[in-house]
Design a protein around this ligand. Structure first.
Ligand code: ADP
Ligand code: ASP
Ligand code: MG
Length: 458
């Protein structure tokens, strides 16, 4: 059998009937056997997440989602029988929302979050069938086995491979196109799990690895990976090829075009990923692979916002044994994920960048855990928070062998009169990061780009 190609369509490619039609055209035009992974209709998972955060919003939400999806189905021209069938699917799916108390425990919350993909994917399968292409709706809970970390479940690749062999390969072998929900899995007990916001990219590579696919194509609203997020800077270059490591590092530091975990299932395979534009399908896109042939064009400037710096410090801190261990064990205990660490021995402090939502619980626990040292004079005398910051990072695998990149990075920030709050170089030497005030993000990206772009020609 010719190796299948996995196509993944993100929420931005499924937001309206018109966009879904474009996505379906792309599926219909493929010559390779296909497996398609779809996200929820753009914005729907956000709505579901907000009613989990505030259950008082749940009233009327089911009806709103029913109407939205039915309207898209009508705009897509589904015939009456298909519409009735879809309506029945919507009703069963939304029952998860209506169950009293469903959103009050972890299992119920995961089921609620899963609704978006179950609604969109079924519709895409129906539309493709209506185009005369045999397709089947597949709920990925039957394929993707995960652990039980609610909202961020980790995929068990071995078990998933067995489930894919049994449940997905035979469908592809029959010449039918499976349309599979992204984002969802199931733990060993059979509970619904979700694999992290924006996780459908990962769903696609998990299936790509398990199927030993030809390639995984991620269809989105940009023509590939640029040297800067096009929302911040329009002058970035489109990258033809980029390595797994560069793409993973860029994604981690904010290049949200792919989820940061997207590439791990493929690291030990020969399966490459291509980023493609649903709205300009003829563009070649960006190829992400283990060993790109084409080098150059490798410096990507990324940013993460919605973060704060927490600094623990004091003149006596260097003399305290085990202080760093204590600080990071607190962080781990409260479940905070630290995006960046920077230690300055001259000022005797340790700074870490964390997401805004995690600041309060972290600071409270640090106070409790470090109190004995805070009370003794000159040991630890402050735990400070600087809110509204951003991490700006330059990523590139070749940076290692090239001098002067760090200098140009800091010169660019200096020339733009941007104050640096903290700095860190990744141990991989694939990246350098600086923390700056969030309102200066755009200016920083422009400045760094101007200073460093010529490096991309070397
Ligand atoms: P989807 O709904 O297809 O998953 P996303 O919004 O998750 O789409 O990802 C696409 C977006 O990623 C683009 O619209 C773009 O703004 C953003 N993005 C961030 N950094 C980059 C980058 N370096 N190159 C391209 N796009 C980027
Ligand atoms: N629909 C999910 C989300 O918005 C997953 C995805 O789109 O990748 O997070
Ligand atoms: Mg995405």
């Amino acid at each position: 059998m010719v190796k299948p190609v996995v196509f993944k369509f993100g929420g931005t490619s499924l937001q309206t009937a018109d966009r879904i039609r474009k996505a379906v055209d792309i599926m219909a035009g493929s010559h390779a056997p296909l497996v398609v992974v779809t996200s929820a209709v753009g914005g729907v998972t956000n709505q579901l997440a907000s009613l989990i955060a505030d259950p008082s919003l749940a009233d009327g939400k089911g009806e709103e989602l029913r109407r939205l999806h039915l309207q898209i189905a009508r705009d897509l021209g589904l015939e009456r029988a298909d519409l009735a069938d879809y309506e029945a699917h919507i009703a069963t799916t939304l029952a998860d929302l209506d169950q009293a108390g469903a959103i009050l425990d972890d299992r119920g919350r995961e089921r609620v979050l899963s609704i978006g993909e179950r609604l969109s994917t079924y519709l895409v399968a129906r539309v493709l069938s209506a185009r005369g292409i045999r397709s089947e709706y597949i709920d990925s809970r039957t394929l993707v086995r995960t652990d039980s970390v609610w909202g961020e479940a980790r995929v068990d690749l071995d078990t998933t491979r067995t489930l894919v062999d049994q449940g997905l390969l035979p469908i592809v072998a029959r010449g039918v196109v499976p349309i599979v929900t992204g984002f969802l899995g199931r733990n060993a007990k059979g509970d619904t799990t979700t694999i992290g916001r924006n996780g459908s990219d990962l769903s696609a590579t998990v299936l790509g690895a398990c199927l030993d696919a030809g390639e995984v194509w991620i269809w989105t609203d940009v023509s590939g990976i640029y040297t800067a997020d096009p929302r911040y800077y329009q002058g970035g270059r489109l990258l033809e090829e980029i390595s797994f490591r560069e793409a993973a590092e860029a994604a981690y530091f904010g290049a949200s075009v792919i989820h940061p975990h997207t590439l791990w299932p493929l690291l030990e395979t020969n399966v490459a990923v291509r980023i493609k534009n649903t709205f300009q399908p003829e563009d070649p896109g960006t190829l992400i692979c283990a060993h790109p042939k084409k080098r150059g064009n490798i410096l990507i400037t990324t940013s993460i916002e919605g973060v704060s710096v927490i600094t623990v410090g004091g003149y006596g801190m260097l003399g305290i044994q085990g202080v760093a261990a204590r600080i990071f064990s607190v962080v781990q205990t409260v479940g905070t994920s630290v995006l960046m660490i920077s230690q300055s021995s001259s000022e005797h402090n340790i700074s870490m960048v964390v997401r805004d939502a995690e600041v309060d619980k972290t600071v409270k626990s640090l106070h409790a855990s470090l109190s004995e040292w805070m009370m003794s004079a000159h040991r630890i005398d402050h735990i400070r928070v600087v809110p509204d910051v951003a991490i700006i990072t330059v990523v590139g695998e070749d940076m290692k062998g090239r001098s002067g990149i760090a200098g140009k990075f800091f010169t660019a920030l200096g020339r733009s009169a941007i104050n640096i709050i903290a700095i860190a170089q990744g141990s991989s030497e694939y990246s350098i990061s600086a923390v700056i005030a969030a309102h200066e993000t755009r200016r920083a990206i422009e400045g760094i780009h101007r200073e460093l772009d010529e490096e991309n020609d070397k």
